[in-house]
Design a protein around this ligand. Structure first.
Ligand code: CUK
Ligand code: CUA
Length: 665
């Protein structure tokens, strides 16, 4: 049967199943499934027996048909999902929810040979060290795909590490981390990473205020010395790197900036961050002070930060900055004077801010407010023009709330994050209600905003990701709920549970959860979902002897027949090749105390002919993809006889793909 015929049959089947739901109401699932069989001659023999035997309801069968991707077929979408405190980034296919890759970013990962001796990866990781302390963990939060004209272009993805305020660049030609940058002035970030509509900048916002450069200052000096920050990392698309020479920061008051989003179309040139702790509480429950959780939640309003990045860029280019720890910073006073920074009141410790696809509206979800608040960029620009504001304690103009607010809509308890579809609907996660709310955007008519329906999710949903759901042209179809708790959803695996990512079909009139995916790594925060065919990844590296960091031929590339070991005093350099099924040379004889630099070129050009390399006893692990040249170095501190070998079962004679390293005392 052709695929289109199969789809028609499947649809007919679904229709029959849907009708049967009414008939079978109030009976058990086993009976439901059995009943659905009746009268349908198009089913493959035994299909309904399977459904009956497994106790599948019509909804279950529906979900199975919507998510099953037959062997050999590709998923329609790829989701880039943060791996949370595992410090990595996952690539997940939709609708199957199969994990395709776990990209090592802030944390060493031995399959990919990332951070286990490989010179290239150690340099990337070391660039993220903090004042000489080697940082080998991360709390990855918000992936941001590169954009052209406000739409994902499939070239790069960025992600931040909240715990040490770092940002990473991943090249989607080979899905490898290429760069980690450390902000020299903040020690935690959160509103990161998000890009301006043409990826001119990758923006990072701080979270917990500290003195800039996180130098020591007692908490009594909080208002005077502690500050927030937004950093605009300039992105050089040609080089595939953040260009630190053209990057700058904007000093902010010590409110805790939370999530951010860039304007687009109608709001191009602006970005928006919300904040909490405008109370400037400093905690200290042990000294009888209000605990943070109460101290930061006293005020009814916090401040939406409205930042004019095009104006900020002009100010920076005019040199109107102060250099702090090597970074040009637009001071708070300059940001106020130059019209870079404005505030708008926002209800009750808000969390997410999400700009609508047309760029006209900003949706703010207040964790402690059952409503979302919708602002209009037109109203914001008008209020600025009218100078309809009061100053906050730092002199920042706070725009009149009623002048900038377009609408408010009650959705349920604990609204956090919002995504969009192609038909003018918005989807907001409800953390406390453990649900997702679908609601209608009303444009400039406050009365036209309307709650449509909610669907329960399991449990305590944080972010949502919709297919291309935060671009100028969302696709609809799929929504993923990134839940914080799994509780009873999966078989017990001890007290530490997997995360539950739930796929929701939003293509019909009624939202339906159609897949529960256990993610056995850290807490997923945000994810972005891109059409699979936008990704133009390489099958193999373009040339044999490729340096994936330079994305150019490597100076250490070794051709077959040119393998060698060179010695200069106690400096030893090994030039090795790998091909099914041998590593050449097979004997590496060195002396204790030597410093060894070792290059391996995978001279294969066949799709998937990766060779791994491990050298036990010296903590070395590499992955050498077809065409790649990889290098590692170590000091031969211990003598002895060591075996090195290929770690990918690459051929029938893979086990023979080994060699001896002899270290003479
Ligand atoms: S966040 Cu909102 S649920 Cu973007 Cu760090 Cu996790
Ligand atoms: Cu190469 Cu196993």
């Amino acid at each position: 049967m052709t695929r289109s015929k199969f789809r028609i049959v499947a649809l007919l089947l679904l229709l029959v199943l849907a009708l049967s739901v009414f008939a079978a109401c109030g009976r058990n699932r086993q009976e439901d499934a059995a009943d659905t069989v009746v009268g349908d001659g198009n089913l493959p023999a035994g299909a309904m027996d399977i459904a009956a035997e497994r106790g599948l309801s019509p909804d279950d069968i529906n979900a199975a048909l919507k998510t099953y991707v037959p062997s050999g077929q590709w998923d329609e979408y790829l989701m880039f999902a943060s791996g949370g405190h595992s410090g990595n980034l996952l690539v997940i296919g939709l609708p199957s929810m199969r994990i395709l890759k776990n990209i090592a970013v802030f944390t060493p990962e031995s399959w990919q040979g990332y951070g286990f001796g490989s010179i290239e990866s150690e340099e990337i990781l070391d660039a993220g060290n903090v004042n000489g302390v080697e940082i080998r963990m991360g709390d990855s939060h918000h992936p941001g795909l590169s954009e052209t004209a406000g739409d994902y272009d499939g070239e790069f993805v960025f992600i931040n590490d909240k715990s040490s305020a770092r940002v990473a660049v991943i090249d989607l030609r080979d899905f490898e981390t290429k760069q980690i940058v450390k902000d020299p002035n903040i020690i935690s970030n959160h509103g990161s990473t998000f890009v301006t509509p043409n990826t001119e900048y990758v923006i990072q916002g701080s979270q917990y205020a500290t003195p800039l450069g996180w130098e020591y200052a007692p908490l009594e000096e909080y208002e005077e010395k502690y500050r927030g920050l937004a950093t605009l990392w300039s992105f050089d698309r040609e080089a595939g790197r953040i260009d630190m020479e053209n990057s700058f920061s904007i000093e902010l008051p010590p409110y805790w900036q939370d999530l951010c989003d860039a304007g687009k179309l109608a709001s191009d040139g602006w970005f928006f961050c919300n904040s909490f702790n405008t109370e400037m509480a400093t905690g200290g429950i042990e000294d009888g002070n209000p605990p943070f959780e109460a101290g930061v939640s006293q005020r009814d309003m916090d401040y939406l930060h409205i930042i004019n990045w095009k104006k900020a860029e002009e100010v920076y280019k005019a040199g109107n900055t102060e250099e702090i720890n090597g970074m040009p910073v637009i001071t708070l006073q300059t940001a106020i004077d130059e019209g870079v920074l404005f505030f708008a009141p926002e209800p009750k410790s808000p969390h997410g801010v999400d700009v609508t696809p047309d760029g006209k509206y900003m949706v703010i979800a207040g964790k402690l407010d059952p409503q979302v608040t919708i602002y209009s960029i037109e109203k914001i620009e008008q209020a600025i023009a009218d100078q309809n504001w009061e100053a906050d304690p730092f002199g920042v103009p706070v725009l009149n709330f009623d002048a900038v607010k377009m609408a408010q809509l009650e959705l349920g308890l604990g609204p956090l994050h919002t995504q969009y579809d192609a038909d003018g609907y918005a989807y907001t996660s409800l953390f406390l209600d453990s649900a997702v709310a679908k609601w209608k955007l009303g444009g400039d008519d406050p009365e036209a905003y309307e709650l449509i329906e909610t669907v329960p999710v399991q449990y305590n949903v944080g972010h949502l990701a919709a297919a291309e759901g935060d671009t100028v042209s969302p696709d609809g179809k799929y929504l993923v709920a990134l839940n914080k708790w799994a509780v009873d959803r999966f078989a017990p695996v001890g007290p530490l549970l997997p995360q539950n990512e739930q796929l929701i079909d939003i293509s019909g009139d009624r939202m339906q959860v159609i897949y529960d995916m256990a993610m056995g790594v850290g807490e997923p925060h945000y994810a972005q979902i891109i059409k699979q065919d936008k990704i133009k990844a390489w099958d193999v590296y373009p040339e044999v002897g490729w340096d994936p960091i330079a994305q150019a031929p490597s100076e250490f590339a070794t051709k077959a027949g040119e393998e060698r070991i060179e010695r200069n005093g106690n400096e030893v350099e090994v030039f090795m090749t790998s091909i099914r099924s041998h590593l050449t040379p097979e004997h590496v004889e060195i002396k204790q105390g030597d410093h060894v630099t070792w290059h391996i070129t995978n001279i294969e050009s066949a799709h998937d002919a990766t060779h791994g390399f491990q050298l036990g006893g010296y903590n070395i692990s590499l992955s050498i993809e077809p065409g790649e040249t990889a290098s590692f170095e170590f000091d031969a501190v211990n003598d002895g006889t060591y075996a090195y070998y290929c770690t990918e079962f690459c051929s029938a004679l893979h086990l023979e793909m080994m060699g001896y390293m002899l270290v003479e005392p």
